[in-house]
Ligand binder design. Structure first.
Ligand code: NI
Ligand code: MN
Length: 227
């Protein structure tokens, strides 16, 4: 009945609904913080936000082994097909689709998206998930944008926001993002995987709790919460 959300570190989550296992941005093998091996992960669907290696990660290998359907933008879908992946569902920014287990809408993200081999990866995205009456927003890699307020108008139960700085929002802008989105709960991500994105998530959580009404879940890799 509840949705089980497991953080595999960086931007990677496993979201288990009553009907399906959704894996987001499976960066595992080259990820020093990953608490699991890529060949141990089960998935029915894999969602890929953009082309960078720390998000595409092990998508091709996991999709081939599990026969999961990959959801991504149209350009990444073309690349996945060229890598031998047959079960794909292309979407694009602003568009939603009703899957058997819930709805996925692609949101904008301010970032880049070239694939590891240099192929064009289209525009990067975030994910708005409508599952079992809950709304989850995974911002993926992005800078702050004021239209997060529009996403917040949907009534977000769980927001997943990068705080690492350098490649994405840092702690200051992520705090502003919480104020724009006003989620019931927030998880900070995309920090401490590499030296250049070192942050103290507990210090950030203290500020969010002091300045907003959002609950904060600071997770260790492998931790689960229920939504
Ligand atoms: Ni990126
Ligand atoms: Mn990234």
């Amino acid at each position: 009945m509840s949705i089980i959300v497991t953080w595999y570190s960086h931007a990677c989550f496993l979201i288990e609904t009553d009907d399906a296992k959704l894996l987001i941005d499976p960066f595992i093998t080259d990820n020093p913080l990953a608490p699991i091996k890529a060949d141990e992960i089960e998935a029915d669907y894999i969602l890929v936000s953009h082309g960078h290696g720390d998000h595409v990660g092990d998508t091709v290998a996991i999709a081939k082994r599990t026969a999961a359907t990959v959801i991504s933008n149209f350009e990444i879908q073309n690349w996945l097909v060229s890598q031998g992946i047959e079960k794909v569902h292309p979407q694009h920014i602003g568009g939603g689709f009703d899957y058997p287990w819930g709805r996925v809408k692609l949101t904008q993200a301010l970032h880049g998206s070239a694939l590891p081999d240099g192929s064009y990866g289209g525009n990067p995205c975030g994910f708005l998930l409508y599952i079992q009456g809950k709304k989850l927003y995974h911002a993926c890699d992005t800078g702050l944008f004021y239209d997060m307020k529009l996403i917040g108008e949907e009534g977000i139960d769980l927001a997943i926001l990068p705080i690492g700085d350098n490649f994405t929002m840092g702690p200051e802008d992520a705090l502003r993002a919480v104020k724009l989105i006003e989620p019931a709960q927030v998880i900070p991500i995309h920090y401490n995987t590499f030296d250049v994105i070192k942050q103290d998530p507990h210090a950030w959580a203290d500020r969010v709790r002091a300045e907003t009404s959002a609950k904060v879940a600071v997770m260790n890799p492998g931790d689960q919460i229920e939504v």
